[in-house]
Design a binder for this molecule. Structure first.
Ligand SMILES: *Cc1c(COP(=O)(O)O)cnc(C)c1O
Length: 229
């Protein structure tokens, strides 16, 4: 079994190769290591190998790790579903939230972010292939949501996030990512500072980078198969 530093290096290599092959600077793609279900010692192993951005999607699982690693040079990204009663802890303990899917949630996060903290960096999650079962704003609802959320004082709207329906062929993978990119381009006419496309995971990070991802969220290929719990 390869170690976490070895897997991390392999993922960074994939990002570098893919970015170069499509004429992009690899430094424009931020790697978020998704450490959900993994113990704090796995985060420490990745941190020691130079990884500073970590993603979590269950608050209860994340808080003890954030505590155990307090003081470390880490940016914590919340990428999971958000219930209203969890917004206070998310607002206080994370640097980024990628999974804003209701204006109400954004308002709560802004109100509950401590005034002495830097604004919370946020992305709107978009239900890019309009699946009934999936979280996220419908593409047609994104512009109005962005207008509302951009006004919230303790949030800084950075861009869009999606989790497209899994597809095993690269052109199928690219379709959803291309749609998100087009949506961001449209939105930039009204919100020119938006700079983030959070898209691509272990199985499809190459397709996402080709379509302009500025941030990929990778779990399995860094930490191994998810632990249950
Ligand atoms: C788990 C998760 C990931 C990472 O998925 P892998 O396939 O393990 O790389 C990325 N984004 C979100 C929102 C996730 O929940």
């Amino acid at each position: 079994m390869p170690t976490i530093p070895e897997r991390l290096l392999a993922v960074r290599e994939r990002i570098t190769q893919t970015a170069r092959a499509c004429g992009r600077d690899p430094a424009t793609v931020c790697l978020v290591a998704v450490s959900k279900t993994r113990p704090a010692e796995d985060v420490r192993a990745a941190l020691a190998a130079g990884q500073h951005d970590f993603g979590e999607n269950y608050l209860q699982d994340a808080l003890p790790k954030i505590q155990a690693l307090s003081g470390a040079d880490i940016r914590w990204h919340f990428i999971g579903p958000i219930q209203s009663n969890k917004t206070r802890d998310i607002a206080r303990h994370f640097d980024w939230v990628h999974s804003i899917d209701r204006i109400k949630i954004a308002q709560r996060l802004s109100a509950q972010r401590a005034p002495e903290q830097a604004p919370l960096q946020v992305c709107l999650q978009v239900n890019i292939d309009a699946e009934v079962s999936k979280a996220g704003f419908a593409p047609a609802a994104v512009a109005a949501a962005a207008d509302a959320i951009a006004l919230l004082p303790q949030l800084r709207l950075r861009g869009l996030m999606c989790i497209p329906h899994p597809s095993s062929d690269p052109s199928g993978q690219r379709a959803g990512f291309a749609a998100l990119r087009a949506l961001l381009t449209q939105l930039q006419q009204r919100h020119p500072h938006l700079d983030t496309l959070s898209m691509g995971m272990s199985a499809d990070l190459e397709a996402a980078i080709v379509e302009g991802a500025t941030l990929v969220r990778v779990g399995t290929d860094i930490f191994g198969p998810r632990l249950s719990g």
